[in-house]
Design a protein around this ligand. Structure first.
Ligand code: BGC
Ligand code: BGC
Length: 772
């Protein structure tokens, strides 16, 4: 490490302020600053020396910055303002637009919203755009602070039409496979990095609890342990650095913090009412693992919780997110949501007040204010008027600069335009196929119709999603609302294509309407019906009646009437209420499986793969069941009228083989509240084909002063077993997972683990333990 030439007095003065909330004081006390110039041995400004500790670099840069330069770093503007008409129109980057945003307003971050891609929507086209922006910024800004470019890569690098699409998160949830999620995160990250995008607004850690909500498919699970461990794995993968393309690193985003998924009437961004106890014991724990995994950024929830917009909530963004969950990265607003405090929620009288509320609550950067000039001016005025302190500005900017240093952006601001296509095109296809396969849940196989014989002569493939890439991908694919059926499509294998490939000698008939499907079924060996939903995103995708349509049900009914074996495949972004299809003897949940969906489905239909997906959500019987989750609290009626009575429960899923699971044994009969418990079970494949079993481990608490669910998931594992094979597997969990917010209805108590009796539940067997 180069020796720090003295020269940090001023920087240390800034440090002293920031140290209030971070641990800077420690690192700065190791320096021996004395000179005035803030340069290293080579006469280079300290902040440009990558061998120095990040905090020195942050302090050195901060002290050189004007207020205008600082607030520019707190601003993220959509790429549309840099090109075309400087206002969203697509086209080449335009220098005069770049001047306004990157130079006049000193903006430090640019984003592509859903569907905001360059005219040349290839990896090279993206790389040219991000490099172009970076060049403009570095060439024209005094301090040479690189721009950080962000986009949503929620199921692969999904705005990029040549990229491989992974299953949407609801499918990832059904895999119960964090190791696979980590690989998907890595793949998405290497693709995005190759194009110069170093900030991914993913994963989503909102819980899936209301199928009416248009963003249901973006969630992983209704359960915080499952959602938490999968999102942590995605973060770990995304933030891992494989050095491919020698780019800077990428940051993931914990979003949307928090309580976004429970709009009270199911409509996107309608306020949620979540008791503080439930917020702390159910919703926030879904975020903890990825914060522990080092997620460097978090995005605030657009919605309001308990009458307070989250963007104005210091309780949510500072007390909970930072002080209790331990997040120490950058918090970004959601789309235009500082302004929303004035224009939509009316908790602020005007824009400057809205900005001050949000920044003081804990938002460090505004995503997409309407225009850079008015936002940065209002923020500067806020400082001059005393609405926001200079310390708070330094704290926010210090976090943002630290992020840029940690990602290595100062050293590697550009990407290689000529290698981008090679890194992106075709990458991740095997992973996409594996993920789609593992996410498929066999819900029913009453007549052992599956797997189908590869010797079939004729198969009819019907249904609206049998050959429909747009529906197969869902929203956030190329465009915000999904692939335009008339526009370009990412690489894709549909069910029709996958089945044709799997049985090249069979007559595979793709029926496009009900009458022809029924007519063709007459001499077919089997019918596969793939039912889906129109692609959509956010509020546009809300559904007051999240059920299969009458036409979909009628198609299945008429095919059933032919007496032929009918396999119903639900290629949907939520567990739709099935109506008459609920009785189908052969039923698969396929979710929104992405590019390799057709291959994966064919692998399962013809037995090349054995279904191993398990529901990460509860499948409702009727629309009125929602919101529904397995961990609903006990009531006094009992029975189906108030109990948990889904069509298929959380964790459900069949296989072509059968498994036997032993009773659990525990590492310790007594544990401390801050200890760990390890559960061992032996799983045996008792059937005739190889398969993977998922073993969920729950804890039951017989008596608790605060209501707790009958059982809570604390851990799980997947086991791959050959026929006849047995394996003993271990699942460990932190006893702190059992913490609940104590106290009366007002939930003013602490979160703590009740010292009492518990038992571990695996299958129908239990093993007792005590927390001391
Ligand atoms: C969504 C976010 C997304 C952002 C940028 C917002 O409307 O709520 O999830 O990251 O747009 O596309
Ligand atoms: C953007 C999305 C964003 C949405 C918010 C769209 O124009 O492309 O990313 O989520 O606006 O309303």
């Amino acid at each position: 490490m180069a020796r720090i030439r003295p020269g940090l007095r001023a920087a240390l003065a800034v440090t002293a302020v920031i140290a209030l909330t971070t641990a800077l004081a420690q690192s700065s006390s190791q320096a021996s600053p004395s000179g005035p110039d803030g340069t290293d041995d080579h006469g280079r400004p300290i902040y440009l020396n990558p061998t120095l500790p990040t905090q020195y670099r942050v302090n050195d840069l901060l002290r050189r910055m004007t207020l205008a330069e600082k607030v520019g770093q707190m601003t993220q503007i959509k790429v549309g303002e840099l090109r075309g008409d400087c206002n969203g129109a697509n086209g080449a980057l335009v220098a005069s637009c770049e001047q306004k945003v990157l130079v006049d307003a000193h903006v430090g971050s640019i984003l592509s919203g859903g569907g905001d891609y360059p005219v040349d929507n290839t990896a090279k086209g993206w790389a040219q755009t991000t490099n172009g922006i970076q060049h403009y910024a570095l060439d024209n800004n005094r301090l040479k602070i690189p721009v950080l470019y962000g986009a949503d890569g929620v199921h692969g690098d999904n705005n990029l039409v040549t990229a491989t699409m992974f299953p949407q998160q609801i499918g990832v949830g059904a895999t119960w496979d964090p190791a696979l999620a980590e690989k998907m995160g890595e793949s998405t990250s290497s693709t995005m990095r190759a194009t110069g995008v170093f900030w991914n607004f993913a994963p989503v850690s909102d819980l899936s609890r209301d199928t009416r909500w248009g963003r249901y498919y973006e969630t992983l699970s209704e359960d915080p342990t499952l959602a938490g461990s999968l999102s942590a794995a995605l973060v770990t993968g995304m933030q891992a650095y494989d050095g491919k393309g020698a780019t800077a690193k990428l940051t993931a985003t914990a979003k949307h913090f928090a309580g976004y998924s429970e709009p009270i009437n199911g409509h996107d961004r309608v306020p949620a009412q979540i008791p503080v106890r439930e917020l702390q014991d159910v919703f926030l724990p879904a975020f903890q693992p990825q914060i522990d995994a080092g997620a460097k950024t978090a995005m605030a929830n657009s919605g309001a919780v308990n009458g307070i917009p989250v963007h104005a909530s210091k309780f949510m963004l500072t007390t909970e997110l930072r002080q209790r969950l331990g997040f120490d990265g950058v918090t970004v607003s959601d789309w235009a949501d500082m302004a929303s405090l004035a224009t939509k929620y009316h908790v602020a009288a005007d824009y400057p007040t809205a900005i001050a509320m949000s920044v003081n609550a804990g938002v460090d950067m505004a995503m997409e204010p309407a225009d850079a000039a008015s936002y940065t001016k209002a923020l500067i005025d806020d400082v001059h008027n005393g609405l926001i302190s200079q310390q708070r500005i330094d704290q926010a900017v210090g976090r943002i600069l630290k992020l840029k240093f940690d990602l290595g952006l100062f050293e590697k601001p550009f990407v290689d335009e000529n290698t981008a296509d090679g890194i992106v095109n075709g990458a991740g296809l095997d992973l996409a196929r594996q993920a789609a396969t593992e996410s498929t849940v066999l819900l029913r196989n009453d007549n052992k119709t599956l797997p189908l014989s590869t010797g079939v002569h004729k198969i009819v493939v019907a249904g609206d999603s049998a050959d429909n890439p747009s529906q197969q991908f869902g929203g956030w694919t190329v465009n915000w609302q999904g692939v335009d059926p008339k526009g370009p499509t990412p690489p894709v294998v549909t069910p029709v294509q996958g089945i044709k490939e799997a049985v090249p000698n069979a007559n595979v008939v793709a029926a496009t309407d009900q009458a022809s499907a029924v007519a063709q079924a007459a001499d077919a060996d089997a019918v596969v019906v793939v039912l889906g939903e129109k692609a959509g995103a956010e509020g546009n995708n809300d559904k007051e009646d999240p059920s299969l349509t009458a036409a979909q049900q009628s198609l299945v009914d008429s095919l059933k009437a032919t007496g032929k074996p009918v396999v119903v495949v639900l290629m949907t972004g939520r567990p739709l209420v099935l109506g008459s299809v609920a009785g189908a003897p052969t039923l698969l949940a396929d979710w929104l499986p992405g590019s390799e969906g057709g291959h994966a489905l064919a692998d399962i239909l013809f037995g090349k793969a054995n279904p191993s997906g398990r529901l990460s959500v509860s499948w409702p019987k009727t629309v009125g069941d929602e919101p529904m989750s397995y961990d609903q609290l006990p009531g006094t009626n009992g029975g189906a009228s108030s109990g948990y009575d889904p069509l298929f429960p959380f964790g459900y899923g069949l296989s072509y083989t059968s498994f036997a699971t032993s009773a659990p044994t525990l590492s310790a009969p007594t544990v401390r509240a801050d200890g760990k418990e390890t559960v061992s079970v032996t799983v045996t494949n008792t059937g005739a084909v190889a398969g993977s079993d998922v073993v969920p481990v729950y804890v039951h608490q017989p008596v608790s002063p605060v209501l707790v669910p009958d059982k809570r998931l604390v851990g799980f594992t997947r086991v791959d077993l050959k026929p006849g094979e047995s394996k003993t597997v271990q699942v460990s969990f932190d006893v702190s997972k059992l913490a609940v917010t104590v106290g009366d209805v007002d939930a003013t108590g602490k979160r703590e683990v009740e010292k009492s009796a518990y038992s571990v539940v695996v299958g129908s067997a239990q093993a007792p333990f005590t927390v001391r």
